[in-house]
Design a protein around this ligand. Structure first.
Ligand code: NAD
Length: 317
């Protein structure tokens, strides 16, 4: 397979994480990096073997020869930067959430489709054995007829210790609904089909610049089955994210992104081993797509559909 050249824009917590994976991939290589923070971009470029570095994404798009750009900047910059990438006819991988409004997400989806580039989102649950085993068990009727889907998100502190920055604590483009909720909105749409928003209320701090500390939302699957989203931050205890489906014959949960547990009626809830053969890799699928081969990617279309629900949940902001 041909080795594809990747440019990375945004070298924060997640950008640096994926750079490692790209650098180790047999058919991808990072050839250019960009960040508005000069010290950081110089350091990363050095570590990657003195590759090209830029503090302006426009200059990078002019001067670096790249097949794919990975956009890992904060959400409110996704729209502008991604459209600049797509305008050049360059394939793009964008961080979630796709954008910072439905309008932005729609334009990004439309322009990426028109440009006929590969457009993908980083929704890692789709490649993880836990979430894929969850989806398989639902498909195999483990829980029977679905009665309710629930997402419970509990964070002792928000932002979490590993992702301390201003924007993630802010109302404009941060908060756990946007940052964590979007993964489960997309997963729910993939496993259970389209979602409809019914009602939601956010608990918001008095400071209008600070993000939510709570959400309680009621949504439905297409057939009217309830999907309940409940989240709180600034509470005692451990972080816990529980995604659960209740059915006529049993219950199944995905806990903290990867651990499965479940039980049938009359039984205890017990751990269920994830089927490791269902593990796959975003980067492998990207590489297949760049080579014109069949792949499993979650595109800007998926990002757009998730954004529609996300913005309904954020509306009272
Ligand atoms: N897929 C996932 O599981 C996952 C996990 C965490 C974060 N994210 C997403 O990744 C994105 C980045 O999050 P983060 O936690 O790494 O943020 P961060 O604030 O740690 O890093 C963002 C970086 O982008 C740089 N930047 C900002 N504006 C820029 C611009 N115009 N041009 C170039 N560089 C610019 C900043 O200097 C910073 O280094 C967000 O969209 C976030 O929602 C995704």
């Amino acid at each position: 397979m041909q080795k594809h050249k990747v440019g990375v824009i945004g070298l924060g917590a997640i950008g640096e994480r994926l750079i490692k994976g790209i650098s180790q991939h047999e058919s991808l290589e990072v050839v250019a990096v960009c960040d508005t923070a000069k010290e950081r971009v110089e350091k990363v470029a050095n570590e990657l073997g003195d590759i090209q570095w830029f503090t302006s994404h426009l200059t990078m798009l002019e001067e670096a020869k790249v097949d794919l750009v990975y956009v890992a900047v904060p959400p409110k910059f996704h729209h502008k930067i991604t459209l600049d990438v797509v305008d050049k006819g360059i394939h793009v991988l964008c961080e979630k959430p796709l954008a910072n409004s439905v309008e932005e997400a729609h334009e990004m989806m439309q322009k990426a489709e028109e440009a006929k580039v590969v457009h993908a989102m980083n929704f890692p649950l789709n490649y993880s054995p836990g979430a894929n085993t969850f989806a398989k068990l639902v498909k195999e009727n483990y829980v029977g007829k679905i009665r309710r889907v629930e997402l419970n998100m509990h964070f002792p502190t928000w932002p979490r210790f590993w992702q301390q920055n201003d924007w993630i604590a802010g109302r404009e483009q941060g908060g756990f609904v946007l940052e964590v909720g979007v993964h489960y909105i997309q997963l729910t749409q993939k496993i259970f089909g389209p979602l409809k928003h019914a009602t939601s209320s956010l608990e918001l701090p008095e400071d209008p610049t600070k993000c939510e500390t709570g959400i309680f939302a009621s949504l439905t699957l297409e057939d009217g089955t309830p999907f309940v989203m409940n989240g709180l931050s600034q509470i005692p205890g451990q972080e816990r994210i529980a995604y659960t489906v209740y059915g006529s014959e049993g219950t199944l949960s995905l806990i903290n992104w990867s651990e499965l547990e479940g039980g049938k009626l009359g039984e205890d809830i017990l751990p269920i081993p994830a089927d490791e053969t269902l593990s796959s890799s975003l980067l492998n699928h990207l590489s297949l797509a760049l080579n014109g081969k069949e792949s499993e990617l979650y595109s800007f279309v998926d990002g757009y559909h998730a954004q529609v629900i996300l913005e309904k949940l954020r509306e009272s902001k």
